[in-house]
Ligand binder design. Structure first.
Ligand SMILES: *Cc1c(COP(=O)(O)O)cnc(C)c1O
Length: 392
């Protein structure tokens, strides 16, 4: 059976060049990057070369990057590295769970946390961030782009507000990295998270940008790796893979790969919205070029994901971690979607490997599958009926 993967916001396939770059570091180049002999120097050089590539992708100095085990650890390191009991932290209602649950934990340890809400398009208002600032506000953590909807938040405006108020600003740029240009100085952030596997690098590696002069408390204690900001022998193959992925992502952005991707995403979106009783989540907001999130009234999103998977198309209901749960997405409900509509929403996310034929494949399957599920649906009796019944 042919299979098409349109769930690249959950994870992306490792590009062949990335795999090739990593391969020697599973073999002959096995040294501990802290060893002073030849083997250590070899892997140390590779780690530092990867650091330069990642720095170039986000516009920082190599020395300002800390390699971690992924986006989750980088988000946690930013948050727990700065916030202390008694501090106030500002975040948003649409963050990834790596940020939301870290903030929840902070609250249980005596921090005050303010959650800024978003409008119907999924955008937050920087003025709300400004108004939320209190004398003891230590950190603002707000994502650059949302993993479920692709909506891009006004990070640079928030960065300006944070800088004026002399408050640390962290942004989770895991989904934005490689899809839109990123410059830490333009955003004016002090900390920024990226993850290898969301940009065609390997799983289990990420990086946190920490602006020069920003003191963060480590989460792991041990050796003096990563300038004593993250103890533990470096994941050399992973770091090399992340470096290669960052280099390819930057070259892709310079070539305009993002525009090509947006063309295919737009075609997919346009044709899916032709299906009756559908709508776009995040309509009218600036969005990543690869993501579209659409509701199909009268169906269960999970049922559609499973039905499409049986035919070889991989898509998602949104946050990968919430799959299996029946809870509607916290992102979509924060945008004001009715629970049934949030549960009827599907995320389609493209990657570098996708072709126009992949979009054709998806378009060949989805309309008939939606129609069949609606025939079986107890709440579906035609678009007009369902909207009358559910809108009241
Ligand atoms: C995937 C993701 C993370 C977590 O990254 P991991 O490397 O999987 O731990 C954090 N934030 C966002 C926005 C993500 O999409």
């Amino acid at each position: 059976m042919s299979r098409v993967y349109l769930d690249n916001n959950a994870t992306t396939p490792v590009l062949p060049e990335v795999l090739e770059a990593m391969r020697p570091y599973f073999g002959d180049h096995f040294g501990n990057a802290s060893s002073i002999h030849h083997h250590g120097q070899e892997t140390r050089a590779a780690v530092e070369c990867a650091r330069e590539s990642v720095a170039a992708l986000v516009g920082c100095r190599a020395s300002e990057l800390v390699f971690t085990s992924g986006g989750t650890e980088a988000d946690n390191l930013a948050i727990f590295g700065l916030a202390r009991p008694g501090d106030h932290v500002i975040t948003s209602t649409v963050e990834h769970h790596a940020v939301l649950n870290a903030c929840k934990h902070l609250a249980s340890k005596g921090c005050d946390v303010t959650y800024i809400s978003v409008d119907g398009r999924g955008r937050l208002d920087p003025a709300d961030v400004r108004r939320a600032i209190r004398p003891h506000t230590k950190l603002i953590t707000i994502m650059l782009a949302n993993n479920e909807t692709g909506v891009v938040e006004p990070a640079a405006e928030i960065g300006k507000i944070a800088a004026q108020a002399d408050i640390y600003f962290h942004t989770d740029a895991v989904q934005a990295a490689g899809k839109i240009p990123i410059d830490v100085n333009q955003i004016e952030c002090d900390l920024l998270t990226i993850s290898g596997h969301k940009l065609h690098g390997p799983q289990g590696v990420g990086a946190l940008y920490v602006r020069k002069g920003t003191q963060i408390e480590p989460m792991l204690y041990g050796g003096s790796h990563e300038r004593s900001r993250r103890a533990g022998t470096e994941n050399v193959p992973g770091i090399v893979g992340l470096g290669k992925a960052a280099e390819l992502a930057r070259a892709g952005l310079e070539r305009g790969d993002d525009l090509k991707m947006a063309t295919e995403r737009d075609r997919l979106e346009r044709e899916l919205l032709e299906i009756e009783a559908t709508g776009l989540n995040g309509e009218g907001a600036p969005r990543l070029p690869n993501t579209t999130n659409i509701y199909f009234d009268g169906i269960e999103g999970e049922a559609l994901v499973i039905a499409l998977d049986l035919k070889g198309l991989a898509v998602s209901t949104g946050a990968a971690c919430s799959s299996g749960a029946i809870e509607p997405s916290h992102v979509l409900t924060a945008m004001g979607l009715r629970p049934d509509r949030a549960k009827a929403s599907i995320r389609f996310s493209l990657g570098k490997q996708n072709t126009p034929e992949d979009v054709d494949f998806a378009l060949g399957l989805i309309p008939e599958t939606v129609a069949r599920l609606r025939e079986l649906s107890p709440v579906w009796a035609g678009a007009g009926v369902v909207s009358r019944k559910l809108a009241t």
